[in-house]
Design a protein around this ligand. Structure first.
Ligand SMILES: [Zn+2]
Ligand SMILES: [Zn+2]
Length: 155
């Protein structure tokens, strides 16, 4: 049964613990399921969610001319990083910032621009464990506190 589960695991999802505070975390590849990019603060656990339908993102995407030296992805990320307002903590949102523990802000993953890090709760399989109201609320609180979706851009 385990083998089947592993074959299914095409997003490289796994649970891990913060080495600093031991809180349970969940890492997963940022997949095509998301219509957005996440850029992470370089000094805390907050990330900025840039929706593909965001007008500023659309404008950046349109205005970029591909040059031979850099991938379009990197060009877009450079442009987004330039335009995003700093984090509340004063840090800068970067595509390749270290992924930090939401609980203690210790660095958990480095050089993993395609990986998102969440509280372990986000990795729970609802077929195996019914999400309680309390957990749902905890997930919403995480989103509200650590995922910035509004007021993203510099004027
Ligand atoms: Zn921690
Ligand atoms: Zn920050």
């Amino acid at each position: 049964m385990d083998e089947i589960a592993e074959d299914d695991n095409w997003l490289n999802a796994s649970f891990l613990n913060c080495q600093n505070c031991q809180v349970a975390l969940y890492r997963v590849d940022h997949s095509g399921f998301h219509d957005c990019h996440f850029l992470y603060c370089d000094s805390c656990a907050i990330c900025a969610e840039v929706d593909f339908y965001d007008p500023v993102y659309a404008e950046i995407n349109r205005s970029l001319v591909t040059d031979a030296g850099k991938s379009k992805y990197r060009l877009i990320m450079d442009a987004i990083e330039e335009r995003l307002k700093p984090c509340d903590c004063g840090g800068k949102f970067l595509a390749n910032a270290a992924r930090r523990c939401y609980s203690c802000a210790a660095v958990v993953l480095q050089d993993t621009p395609d990986v998102d890090l969440y509280p372990a709760l986000f990795g729970v399989d609802p077929d195996e464990h019914e999400i309680t109201e309390q957990e749902e609320q905890a997930a919403e609180e995480f989103q509200a506190k650590f995922v910035r979706t509004e007021d993203l851009w510099k004027p």
